[in-house]
Each structure stands twice: as C-alpha cells, then as structure tokens.
Ligand binder design. Structure first.
Ligand SMILES: *[C@@H]1O[C@H](CO)[C@@H](O)[C@H](O)[C@H]1NC(C)=O
Ligand SMILES: *[C@@H]1O[C@H](CO)[C@@H](O)[C@H](O)[C@H]1NC(C)=O
Ligand SMILES: *[C@@H]1O[C@H](CO)[C@@H](O)[C@H](O)[C@H]1NC(C)=O
Length: 160
C-alpha cells in the first residue's frame, strides 16, 4: 500500500473518531425552520456526523407543506420573466399527490458550503408566482444540480 495514502486514511479516521473534526461549519439547519407554520419539536430528525441530517417528513398531507423556500437572487436557477423573487420546492407533486415518508435532507440534496445551507435537488420542480398566478417549472427533476440557498424549510411531521 502507498504509505502516504495509508497515513492520510489513518489521520482522517482518527480525526473523525476522536477529535471533533466531525463538527459542521454551518449553523444548525433548524435555524431555517419556518416555525410560523409549525413546531419544530414535533419533527423527527437526527443530526449525524459532519453536515448530515436525517429529517423525516410526510410529503403531501395536509397542504403540501413539506417544502423549501428560496430566492432566485440566491439561486443558480434563473428568474422566470416577470416572476416574483421567491419560490419554493415541494416534496410532493401537487397534480398527483401521494403521501410518502421521506428524508428531506436527502430528497432535496441539502449541503453545507462556505457556512451556508444550500439545496440541489428539485424532484417535483419549483413553484413561483407572478402577478397572474402560480406556476411550476422543472417538474421532472430537470433543475437538479442547480444550487439554491435555503431561505426556510418546513416539514409535515409524521404524527399529522
Ligand atoms: C432516518 O430516520 C428514520 C426515522 O428515524 C429512519 O427510519 C431511517 O432509517 C433513517 N435513515 C437513515 C439513512 O439513517
Ligand atoms: C435576495 O433577496 C432576499 C430578499 O429580498 C434578501 O434577503 C437577500 O439578501 C438577497 N440576496 C442577495 C445575494 O442579494
Ligand atoms: C406569468 O407566468 C406565466 C407562465 O410563464 C405566463 O404565461 C404569464 O404571462 C405570466 N404573467 C405575467 C404578468 O407576465
């Protein structure tokens, strides 16, 4: 075995196990939780090593409230013509809702970068508004890979 690689692996392992290198540079993700809509203490979640969470939510019931909000000015997704600046990504397809249990951290591809929380997956696209109404784009996941800063998120807890 290459000794340098071996040394590196040992260092990384020790670092994760014993010296607290698993701390995440981002603030608590739940600082972004929209507590106007519901109580975060009813949400089932775990914080794992590094910047990884497991957040268990229902997708559709009651009002498609499991979602992430963002602003186009903080996103790689271009602002549609005449759209208002904010938009949201839902965990459900509002045209054909199915109530599933998902880990929204993984579902929305949430990541910590430069001490900011972003998300990178839009399995049911995004919903934005203009003065005429609400519209959905990217419903087949074609926006996946674009980064948006998380403004707020909300999770419908299992008990609802
Ligand atoms: C996430 O948490 C849920 C609920 O506790 C659990 O069922 C699931 O196995 C966990 N997933 C992972 C990847 O740890
Ligand atoms: C984007 O707009 C929001 C709301 O107006 C604002 O809070 C945020 O600072 C803006 N971000 C940038 C990069 O201008
Ligand atoms: C709002 O967006 C829709 C969908 O792109 C478009 O058809 C409509 O003309 C827009 N309304 C305004 C006022 O631009």
């Amino acid at each position: 075995m290459n000794y340098l690689l071996f040394f590196l692996l040992v260092t990384v392992t020790i670092c994760q196990d014993e010296y607290g290198c698993e701390d995440c540079e981002c603030p608590d993700l739940f600082d972004k939780y929209d507590s106007l809509v519901g109580d975060k203490s009813s949400v089932l979640y775990t914080k794992e090593a590094g910047c990884v969470y497991n957040i268990t939510c229902m997708t559709s019931i009651p009002y498609h409230w499991t979602l992430v909000m963002f602003h186009f000015n903080d996103s790689e997704i271009p602002l549609p013509d005449n759209a208002f600046d904010y938009a949201l990504a839902r965990a459900s397809n509002i045209e054909a809702p199915i109530d599933l249990i998902v880990n929204i951290f993984e579902f929305f591809g949430m990541v910590c970068e430069n001490s900011e929380w972003y998300f990178t997956k839009y399995p049911h696209g995004i919903s934005y508004r203009n003065s005429t109404g609400e519209y959905i784009i990217g419903a087949d996941g074609e926006l996946d890979g674009k980064k948006s800063k998380i403004d707020e998120f909300y999770c419908t807890p299992l008990s609802k």
